[in-house]
Design a protein around this ligand. Structure first.
Ligand code: NAP
Length: 170
């Protein structure tokens, strides 16, 4: 039977920490479902990129891995106890979950799913929060994300967007 796994993140933006996690998952399963979390949120300092932009970042970046991947944007719902059912209704069937998020782990375990923890690679170096801070501060950030992510951010004028949003928030 095909071993298909589920991994979710907000990917604001997708970076080498996420990339390393997915590379490792790809070695253990036949197919991977990547959930784009909080798909409904964009154009904020914490969540500057749309679900479609994040989908592009992930799909272009993981082309290099030898794994069949399904990338599915998933909106949040206001009922944590129903969230696993929501996820299952939106993505292909899967038998294993990879996550390091305590809530995500808890919710899937309560539904009897197999969950494997997957700490981010070099967490102190690769962090969405730090990358967004660097972009806003005009500091170097491109070495922290795959080339495809740079291309997507440039295509959508993401640096300018983040800077403008931060002015609005002030
Ligand atoms: P997240 O809220 O996007 O990220 C939380 C923190 O965990 C971020 O600092 C993130 O870093 C970090 N992180 C991500 N992957 C990690 C890993 N493998 N190891 C260590 N740290 C990691 O949470 P998420 O787990 O990435 O994504 C979960 C998604 O599920 C969210 O969109 C959440 O809203 C959704 N969700 C929704 C419901 C509901 O609707 N009721 C319930 C549960 C979960 P980076 O910033 O560097 O990515």
């Amino acid at each position: 039977m095909v071993q298909r796994a589920f991994y979710i993140g907000r990917f604001q933006p997708y970076h080498y920490g996420h990339h390393s996690v997915i590379r490792n998952i790809a070695k253990e399963v036949d197919e991977i479902i990547v959930g784009i979390g909080s798909a409904q949120i964009s154009h904020t300092i914490e969540n500057p990129f749309t679900a479609g932009e994040r989908l592009l970042m992930v799909s272009k970046s993981i082309e290099e891995f030898d794994v069949k991947a399904y990338i599915v944007p998933l909106e949040d719902i206001y009922r944590n106890d129903l969230w696993v059912a929501h996820v299952k209704s939106m993505v292909p069937p899967f038998s294993r979950v990879y996550s390091n998020n305590p809530l995500v782990i808890r919710l899937f375990k309560e539904e009897g799913m197999e969950v494997k923890e997957c700490p981010l690679y070099q967490r102190d170096r690769y962090s969405g929060t730090e990358i967004r801070r660097r972009i806003l501060a005009g500091e170097e950030w491109k070495h922290l994300v795959p080339e495809a992510v740079i291309e997507v951010i440039e295509e959508v004028n993401g640096v300018e967007r983040l800077k403008e949003i931060s002015q609005d928030d002030c």
